[in-house]
Design a protein around this ligand. Structure first.
Ligand code: SF4
Ligand code: SF4
Length: 346
């Protein structure tokens, strides 16, 4: 259904009595965020159910694929669902303030755009286009424009832009890099309780998308605490595996990781349609670069997970740890200090 086929309707918030109009070309999510109501969200396109909100009256046109039939009698997803009746009443808490809340969207710096169309090709939500009225790099006519109402904030375009013209307003490229270095994988406690006690523990950085995040933290915490562990693992949260660019992966090595893993959904299950496919391509590219600069291509690995598949992730991490524990640190990796067990790699 297109915007032109949508009907406008109103939402009323039970706790405050606030009433807002939802125009045909906008969603309840947009309107709520603009008025200070911060509903938890992840995919923004009806696949995850994170934004499910209780409603107390109204006839709902449920457009998500996340809620069960039983849930639909009580909840709706504010990101895609609409009201068939004139008004829907939502059971939401009073917001801290009426100030607009920022939700993740892509932003273009037109003067840096070369109109390469990468963002248009990567965006499966039709949010990116070239606008002829904008002036791009060197004064050329035409630069990318993002329709913020269609943008889900997945970050695929930002990872694909060759000039850095696209940036996310939340979880920016620099913030991801800062997170990688702030985790400071070199200072992890390594008591040396490994399977073979004289071996140092490998250091693994695990990037996890929103669907794999809970499993990633659970497995890494379990493994880090186990006396049988082979690696210490740190997790970097990203909205989608397709948000991870090659520079971010190289920064993981530069920060001292012996191995890097990207956890994404199974093919066909990505909340953002193709993010996991692009992530797999980047992992392969990094593997080629690693071998070009004297490291080993099997120091980087992609694992595709079904929700809650801790067994597959634990197995993948173990395999990676075993491989990287045989590897000498190369030029892209951070220096280890003499009193760290990992020095034995050198
Ligand atoms: S962040 Fe995702 S949805 Fe938004 S413009 Fe970029 S690719 Fe499209
Ligand atoms: S990917 Fe970057 S350079 Fe290419 S059109 Fe989009 S914003 Fe411009």
């Amino acid at each position: 259904m297109t915007h032109s086929e949508n009907q406008s309707f109103s939402i009323k918030v039970l706790s405050t009595g606030d009433v807002f109009e939802v125009p045909a070309n906008r969603t309840m999510l947009h309107v709520l965020y603009e008025n200070g109501y911060e509903v938890p969200l992840d995919c923004s396109n009806g696949r995850c159910g994170t934004c499910k909100t209780r409603y107390v009256s109204g006839e709902i046109d449920h457009r998500d694929t996340a809620l069960t039939e039983a849930e639909k009698s009580e909840y709706l997803t504010v990101c895609v669902s609409r009201a068939l009746s004139g008004q829907v009443v939502l059971d939401l808490a009073t917001p801290k303030s009426a100030q607009p809340v920022a939700r993740p969207v892509a932003i273009v710096e037109a003067p840096v755009c070369v109109a390469c169309l990468n963002c248009v090709r990567f965006c499966t939500f039709g949010a990116a286009r070239i606008d002829d009225s904008l002036i791009g790099v060197g004064g050329i006519k035409g630069a990318a424009h993002i329709d913020k109402d269609l943008c889900t904030g997945c970050g695929l375009c930002a990872a694909a832009c060759p000039t850095g013209a696209i940036e996310m307003n939340i979880n920016t490229h620099d913030q991801v890099i800062d997170t990688i270095h702030t985790l400071n994988i070199n200072t992890l406690e390594q008591p040396g309780a490994t399977a073979t006690s004289t071996d140092p523990l490998a250091k693994v950085m695990l990037f996890a998308c929103s669907q794999c995040r809970a499993t990633a933290h659970q497995v890494s915490e379990q493994q880090n605490l186990s006396p049988e562990r082979l690696a210490n693992t740190q997790v970097v949260d990203v909205p989608c595996s397709g948000r991870i660019d090659t520079l971010q992966l190289m920064h993981a090595f530069e920060s001292g990781a012996d191995g890097v893993m990207v956890a994404g959904c199974q093919p066909g299950d990505c909340y953002f349609n193709t993010g996991n496919l692009h992530a797999a391509q980047r992992v392969n590219r990094i593997a080629d670069w690693l071998s070009d600069c004297g490291l080993r291509r099997d120091q980087v690995k992609m694992v595709n997970l079904s929700p809650g598949d801790s067994q597959n992730l634990a197995h993948g991490l173990k395999e990676l740890a075993l491989k990287v524990s045989e590897i000498d640190p190369g030029p892209a990796q951070g220096q280890r200090t003499a009193d760290q067990p990992g020095t034995a790699h050198a």
